[in-house]
Design a protein around this ligand. Sequence first.
Ligand SMILES: *Cc1c(COP(=O)(O)O)cnc(C)c1O
Length: 427
Amino acid sequence: MIYQNTLEFALQLDEQDPLKNFRSQFLIPQHNGKDAIYFCGNSLGLQPVSAQKFVNDIFETWKTHAIEGFFTGDDPWLSYHKELTKTVAALVGAKKEEVTVMNSLTVNLHLMMVSFYKPTKKRFKILMEGGAFPSDQYVIESQASFHGYNTKDAIVEIFPRKGEFILRTADILQTIEDNADELALVLFGGINYFTGQFFDIEAITKAAHQAGAYAGFDLAHAAGNVPLKLHEWDVDFAAWCSYKYINSGPGGISGIYIHEKHFDNKTLSRFAGWWGYREEKRFLMSPGFEPDKGAAGWQLSTSPVMLLALHKAALEVFEQAGGGAPLRTKSELLTGYLEFLINEINKSKGQELFKIITPQNKDDRGCQLSIVCKQNARQIFDFITNNGVIGDWREPDVIRLSPVPLYNTFKEVFEAGSILLASIREN
Ligand SMILES: *Cc1c(COP(=O)(O)O)cnc(C)c1O
């Protein structure tokens, strides 16, 4: 696509956009009496218009049927979570039985590590990306300590080379190989929250397996954002949240994936709860845990139906949009346009005032661009915020902007570009 730095061009792209009607399915936050330019998908996706109705349906059933709500009506609460797994599985490229929705992300990372971090005297190391999201760091540190290891010995972090922002896949694979004899687990992000780099999940998984380790991924920034093929890539496990790109509400329910080859793997320990018990026998309330088939056997507690209702509303929008493929096509164009406009600003100023640290190759990123502001970073962020562009600020000088294909427009991207340009004049 050859982009043009004009409003007419942006409007033309909007006109041709096959997904243009989906914006009306979301509630757009307001700024000074008009729609904000909301590029914050990576922190909190927008509310689907239908979300309130889905939650109201639960209120109604609770009011009318109380406990019978678990067993009656169109969507009995007992099996409500199962209605979501088809769409969730499609989003992450898994079989239906390989996914379930439960808990929240950090909790699920711990549960996944209970199963897949099985350190032995010889194999006890965990490899992770340096500068991972803090919750992931704390999970991994505390799991290593829980098993009696010094975190310095047990955790191998891999950082970009000096002067670089992006991890080179070759360096990741080399580090796995270098630690092969002691490696128990590779636990990586799918997309790094700070740089927006989309890692080569397939290659990392392959290298981990060659080293004799398990490979798991935190897909917080990847699920609903980029195409994933967890099953085909042979990933052992993954977890993600639903409130970023999947628009299922603040603190929304998390999802997990476990490869089917592990369903009956008795060497994996797991923490058990009654909701993960074999469904047909759950209410016999017998002693002795028998897991349900598939990822569902990792559930612990009664499903939080209110959160599931929010998730269901959001997932239905994805289904209507035809799943991940059409969204990805638009996403690449939308983010590519933002990248083009930022580079135009740099060109017009004769210097790289905004340095995009997210990979240039569209296969190595999702919709997010992370932009280092070379001068007056915080003032620039405040300026764009005051002018209705909602992004995220990351210390010390990075602005993250994530145009989301379900609800953002090319016109908004164009306007954001103009506001960024104006921010330089003002600061
Ligand atoms: C957003 C995010 C989290 C948040 O975890 P919660 O348990 O949902 O608070 C964790 N890890 C990563 C990589 C994230 O991006």
